[in-house]
Design a protein around this ligand. Structure first.
Ligand code: KIV
Length: 286
């Protein structure tokens, strides 16, 4: 189990300085947040992967601000020590700096998140700067940015050639200079991720970006084998709760159908007096 001390932007940064890996996992509701916090995770991401993992959309694009707020509120009710970051959903931070600050502010003020995450490179620097000026801690997200899936032509590895790798590095530096306090790097070759983590002072948290990052993030449902729509090859599945749930529910169905549930220990009883009158009256009425 990790320390009981509350995680902050300072303690997260300190972990990078000390060379201690930062742990992050997604959660989307009260029980998942409670369990990952009890397990000792440093950071919880209320990712817009919510759309695919929980709401059954086929991408993150349909996720709305209201959905993000609803789930962020549930997560922050449970997470008292872990540092909660909430995703700004598709098009909630591009139309104007005012709208970006307004929506980021809602995730903090109403959702009680400690920081927001947004997808994009150097083009996003003015928006990051504006949020940071307003006192909003920002996590950047580059590499495979799922909100741009249709522009990228699918969920593909990014930064494989030199030009792309250099662009990722300059995007990372631009986001750090704009004031982002951490960066998520998704689906890039390990060698590129290593260079970016080395070049930045802020922590780089990888997902499908190899072991040289300052921390790792994965999606709750992928880690647990909990009915994920797709499980990318970079995921390690640590449990198979999907099978456990299916088997438990099938056993429940079998027992109800066989009248084996409820058993004697699950039943309430009326008092002798009530039973006597109830049956007598019942009999009298017949
Ligand atoms: O939405 C999400 O869960 C994410 C992670 C995949 C980093 O952005």
């Amino acid at each position: 189990m990790a320390t009981e001390k509350k995680m902050t932007t300072t303690s997260i940064r300190k972990k990078k300085e000390l060379g201690q890996p930062i742990t992050m996992i997604t959660a989307y509701d009260y029980p998942s947040a409670k369990l990952v916090e009890e397990a000792g995770v440093d950071m919880i991401l209320v990712g817009d992967s919510l759309g695919m993992a929980v709401l059954g959309y086929d991408s993150t694009i349909p996720v709305t601000m209201e959905e993000m707020l609803h789930h962020t509120k549930a997560v922050t009710r449970a997470a008292k020590r872990s540092f909660v970051v909430a995703d700004l959903p598709f098009l909630s931070y591009h139309k104007s700096e005012e709208e970006a600050v307004g929506n980021a502010g809602r995730l903090m003020q109403e959702g009680l998140a400690k920081a927001v995450k947004m997808e994009g490179g150097s083009e996003l620097a003015p928006i990051v700067k504006r949020c940071v000026l307003a006192g909003i801690p920002v996590v950047g997200h580059i590499g495979l940015t799922p909100q741009a899936v249709h522009q990228l032509g699918g969920y593909k590895i990014q930064g494989r050639d030199l030009a792309q790798a250099k662009k990722l590095l300059s995007d990372a530096i631009a986001l750090q200079e704009a004031g982002a306090f951490a960066l998520v790097l998704e689906c890039v070759p390990e060698e590129v991720a290593r260079q970016i983590a080395k070049a930045l002072e802020i922590p780089v948290i990888g997902i499908g970006a190899g072991a040289a990052c300052d921390g790792q993030v994965l999606v709750f449902h992928d880690v647990l084998g909990y009915a994920s729509q797709i499980t990318p090859s970079f995921v390690k599945q640590y449990a198979n709760v999907g099978t456990t749930i299916r088997e438990a529910v099938a056993a429940y169905i079998r027992e109800v159908e066989a009248r084996a549930f409820p058993g004697a220990e699950h039943v309430f009883h009326a008092s002798e007096e009530t039973i006597k009158h109830l049956y007598k009256e019942g009999a009298g009425e017949q």
